[in-house]
Design a protein. Sequence first.
Length: 143
Amino acid sequence: MSRFGFLAAVLIVAGFLALARLQLRSQTPPSTSATQQKVPVMDGGAGPCSLELTVNGIDAKPAYAVTIKVHIAYRFAGIRRLDLEAGTNSDGKVKFTGLPARVHRPPLEFNASKDDLSGTATYDPSTECAAKHDIALTKPKTQ
């Protein structure tokens, strides 16, 4: 076989491989991570603990753009303070990382609010350092 014939055969085989690769790629369904939105992360930078929250509205569906606030006092006599605030994604999720393992006056209260709805999740990092909790939004009771 001549050098030109060998080169032509290699190019033809490479073309078939590239075509087969494109066909396989187009038949593969998108991964589940591509369809889910990235979870927002708020890093407190004060310790090793974390809490992932899922917020659901009145209809038990994920609540979008819910504001979650927490006030953290830690170290000796609560001398260090940290105020964190984050919003949920379209799946109703948000994650707080970098939380201290020991806090002053546990448990922490994560207060969620959107429009006239609100909810609270309690979290004690000394008993559950890496945790997942749900918050159900409700209308406040009239007085």
